[in-house]
Design a protein around this ligand. Structure first.
Ligand SMILES: [Zn+2]
Ligand SMILES: [Zn+2]
Length: 165
């Protein structure tokens, strides 16, 4: 059945004016899902905006494979000193039993995890950069430009992940 997961995230403390580093969400999301194709729970699934399928990274014992998931919405909002994202991921889910972990699959994996990528550009040294934020980090996380040392953004709260349907 088709299930829909909403991911929300916000960065604050984004500098404006000449210190602005062209901060933007990159169009790749890594999200843990329970994958009925390889019948494993908690698989990191790599999604790219615009692609009609994702990739289940599986694990050492199972090869990566195409996964029936896609980014259905990718809404960016910018404000004063903030950069926010609301993404919607559709994925096809079917029940199964994870034999290795001996537990049933769920439509939203038991402890969902996400990693979001953020791109930047330092006009001082004319270099592109990137960093990522993910669910399990000790917060607040303060990101600085690796080139000029200015603050890029602060991540106060872990991204939200919830099952919409
Ligand atoms: Zn899989
Ligand atoms: Zn910089």
């Amino acid at each position: 059945m088709l299930r829909t997961v909403e991911i929300t995230a916000e960065l604050t403390g984004v500098p404006q004016g000449e210190d602005f580093h062209n901060l933007h969400w990159e169009k790749t999301i890594e999200l843990s899902l329970d994958c009925f194709v390889c019948e494993r729970t908690d698989r990191t699934t790599v999604l790219r905006l615009g692609e009609e399928r994702a990739t289940c990274s599986a694990g050492r014992e199972a090869p990566r494979h195409p996964a029936p998931a896609r980014i259905a919405a990718f809404d960016v909002t910018t404000g004063q000193d903030r950069l926010a994202l609301r993404a919607v991921v559709d994925h096809w889910w079917a029940p199964f039993h994870d034999a290795k972990r001996d537990r049933p699959a769920s439509a939203l994996t038991r402890a969902p995890w996400v990693r979001l990528h953020v791109g930047s550009y330092c006009s001082g040294v004319r270099q592109s950069g990137s960093f990522s934020i993910q669910s399990n980090m000790v917060r607040p996380v303060r990101e600085t430009c690796g080139d000029c040392g200015l603050r890029l953004a602060v991540s106060d709260q872990a991204p939200g992940i919830r099952l919409l349907a």
